[in-house]
Design a protein around this ligand. Structure first.
Ligand code: 4NP
Length: 141
């Protein structure tokens, strides 16, 4: 799960998907395309909206997406078109490029960083619905 800062959207996506998939079969992680928040905990608004939904993301630490992630993961879901362009730029083979998709398939998960709590609730709902679809799809692979 990839966003820009790895403090708002992708930590939620990591926490939500981990809560739905059997973790003995799937490895789920998140990263940001930018490095400004490396080592930081998720934004308190993401921690709060996750906690309101019974998910603890408070122990996650932000990291930057690296080329090695193409080796470690079969699927890379990005939140918006800027993330998509940045991750595709790092991809070095057609196989790598094929791993990358927008989490919401055709639309973006909006960046809530400059929004209020409502924005974070919307982001939670969008990601949660996407992860339900993804869970069905991945479990049937
Ligand atoms: P994220 O949100 O990409 O969902 O983690 C952002 C976090 C930080 C910034 C922008 C978006 N920032 O500009 O610092």
């Amino acid at each position: 799960m990839v966003c820009l800062g790895n403090i708002c959207r992708s930590p939620l996506a990591e926490g939500i998907l981990k809560n739905k998939l059997p973790l003995d079969r799937f490895k789920v992680d998140s990263a940001g395309t930018a490095g400004f928040h490396i080592g930081r905990s998720p934004d308190h608004r993401s921690i709060e909206v996750a906690a309101q939904n019974g998910i603890d993301i408070s122990r996650q630490k932000a990291r930057k997406f690296t080329p090695n992630d193409f080796k470690e993961f079969n699927k890379i879901y990005v939140m918006d078109h800027a993330n998509l362009a940045d991750v595709l730029q790092i991809a070095s083979t057609p196989e790598d490029r094929n791993k990358v998709a927008l989490l919401l398939e055709t639309v973006e998960v909006p960046d809530p960083y400059y929004e209020n709590e409502e924005g974070f609730k919307t982001v939670f709902r969008l990601i949660d619905q996407a992860c339900d679809r993804l869970t069905n799809k991945l479990q049937n692979l």
